[in-house]
Design a protein around this ligand. Structure first.
Ligand SMILES: C[S@@+](CC[C@H](N)C(=O)[O-])C[C@H]1O[C@@H](n2cnc3c(N)ncnc32)[C@H](O)[C@@H]1O
Length: 236
């Protein structure tokens, strides 16, 4: 797959229409993320979504938590335009900011008590240094007791284990009529090339947990499906 330029309206449209097929874990892991938020969100507080995209997650969130208040950040006005169309019924419950998360330190958020921050399939666009800054920003933005939840692609680092990942992607393909095992690459070299060409910079699971701890979070991996992880960080 070529470089994904989310600022291009055609890419925004096609990603919005086809995201599920390339990631059959998404709906279950999103349901897990929403279940955690539904149990922990305190009405009157604010959530922050880093990489709101076309508002797919928020549509589910507002249906599940009718009183939710949210700020969404994204670098792409093309993605945000689709989000605004989708989220018209919830217009009073969210605001958006256009900002590049690779420069997160210059992000100025509206002044609210941020109790939940989440990010879905977005932060793998940041470098290791930018991720470090992002985790510090998230920690400093959250109020005490607040939760950060990450659902994202993580790196496949060990070429010797690639065939094992392939078995599970092929299993998913049989279960969900998808094509993940060829979309991720037939060989480890293919996989690395595809990830690089798409412009993705996924970090290993271990590195995520290390950086979250360094930022001050108590952290855990809650769910892992091959290279798709659901992580939590709690600010004490
Ligand atoms: C794969 S989409 C996911 C959107 C949404 N979270 C979802 O799961 O439906 C990735 C989003 O991240 C945004 N994005 C990627 N890199 C970014 C960056 N450096 N700063 C801000 N947004 C970025 C893109 O514009 C896009 O909307």
């Amino acid at each position: 797959m070529p470089y994904q330029d989310f600022k291009n309206p055609a890419t925004a449209q096609s990603w919005d229409a086809g995201n599920q097929g390339r990631n059959p874990s998404r709906s279950e892991q999103l349901d897990m993320l929403l279940s955690i938020i539904a149990d922990h969100y305190q009405p009157g507080k604010t959530m922050l979504d880093l990489g709101i995209g076309t508002g797919l997650v928020e549509e589910m969130l507002f249906k599940r938590i009718p009183q939710a208040q949210l700020v969404g950040v994204d670098a792409s006005s093309a993605m945000l335009e689709l989000a605004h169309n989708r989220l018209q019924p919830y217009a009073s419950q969210y605001t958006t900011l256009i900002h590049d998360l690779s420069a997160i330190d210059s992000l100025r958020l509206p002044s609210h008590p941020y109790q939940v921050i989440f990010s879905v399939q977005t932060l793998h666009h940041l470098t290791d240094t930018q991720m470090k800054a992002a985790y510090h920003f998230i920690y400093n933005t959250l109020e005490s007791g607040g939760l950060f939840i990450l659902l994202d692609r993580i790196a496949v680092k060990q070429g010797n284990l690639f065939s094992v990942y392939q078995s599970l992607w092929a299993r998913q393909d049989a279960l969900y009529q998808t094509n993940v095992h060829s979309w991720e690459g037939e060989t480890f070299a293919d996989h690395q090339r595809i990830v690089a060409e798409r412009g993705d910079l996924p970090m290993s699971l271990e590195r995520h947990l290390q950086l979250l701890k360094q930022a001050g979070f108590e952290t855990a991996c809650l769910h892992l499906q091959t290279n798709r992880a659901l992580l939590v960080g709690k600010k004490s």
